[in-house]
Design a binder for this molecule. Sequence first.
Ligand SMILES: NC(=O)c1ccc[n+]([C@@H]2O[C@H](COP(=O)([O-])OP(=O)(O)OC[C@H]3O[C@@H](n4cnc5c(N)ncnc54)[C@H](OP(=O)(O)O)[C@@H]3O)[C@@H](O)[C@H]2O)c1
Length: 262
Amino acid sequence: MVVESHADGVKPGQVVEHFLGLREATVIDAAGVVAIDTDDLPAEIYLGVLGATGLTAWLGITQVAPVRSGDTVFVTGAAGAVGSIAGQIARLRGAKQVIGSAGSSAKVRHLVDHLGFAIAFDHHDDAVGERLAQAAPDGIDVVFDNVGGAQLEAAIGHLRVGARLALCGMVGQYGGREPHGLRNLYELVTKRATARGFLVTDHQDQLPAFRAEVSSWVRSGEIVHRQTVLDGIERVPEALLGLLCSGAPAIGKTIVRLQGQA
Ligand SMILES: NC(=O)c1ccc[n+]([C@@H]2O[C@H](COP(=O)([O-])OP(=O)(O)OC[C@H]3O[C@@H](n4cnc5c(N)ncnc54)[C@H](OP(=O)(O)O)[C@@H]3O)[C@@H](O)[C@H]2O)c1
């Protein structure tokens, strides 16, 4: 929330977003802030489903690996911030079946019971390749991958001809973990597949178009979004470690609430 302003169009009391990262207070040029509408939506939603998280999901599903009507879609890390929104946008964009993987039975239940995933499974308990073969015997059209490694390899092993893969992240390999060498990349050749990496930071200009489409689904309740909130800047390490640990309890977007926030 703006405390003091000497710029036209930015008023004290107004809620704005910026891209300077996590901080309790800052001095910033007016050109670096965007006013957000908190009349009927809570401000923190602009950090999650209507923020960079949601934009990442929307870009992947609509442009990087566009989902078409009737597609079978597989989302890894599906109960997380990006994955949970990607799976729902895929369904709303006409996917026939959305399959998700997650790291606990509670997350798997959440995907099916609340987010409309057709099938979900715990990637710890099950052989991912076997689960995909059962869930999608005719193969997968679109993969939205947040994890990399063994799950990506399993997905590549079950592609349909012409499949598209949005390579969003590889959280399974962050933090100095041993890289997982994919052994079946030749399948991308035989399936005439397209695999594209992307970064949301290259696409900030699409924020208005994304918000125009997704905010109506949020308001209508067609997109369900959940947050895990930790209070205080001292809890940032705990929040970060939770993201790097599969099976951690956080579902949806993890947010650290700072003192002084409205
Ligand atoms: N391309 C972009 O511009 C962009 C933008 C934002 C985020 N991302 C990427 O998107 C992915 C998701 O980010 P997020 O913010 O939405 O995080 P998140 O999914 O809310 O949290 C990360 C989740 O990853 C899973 N995980 C952690 N370690 C794992 C491991 N070793 N093996 C398998 N799964 C593991 C855990 O879920 P389970 O407990 O369910 O296993 C964890 O909850 C990340 O790779 C991130 O880097 C990319």
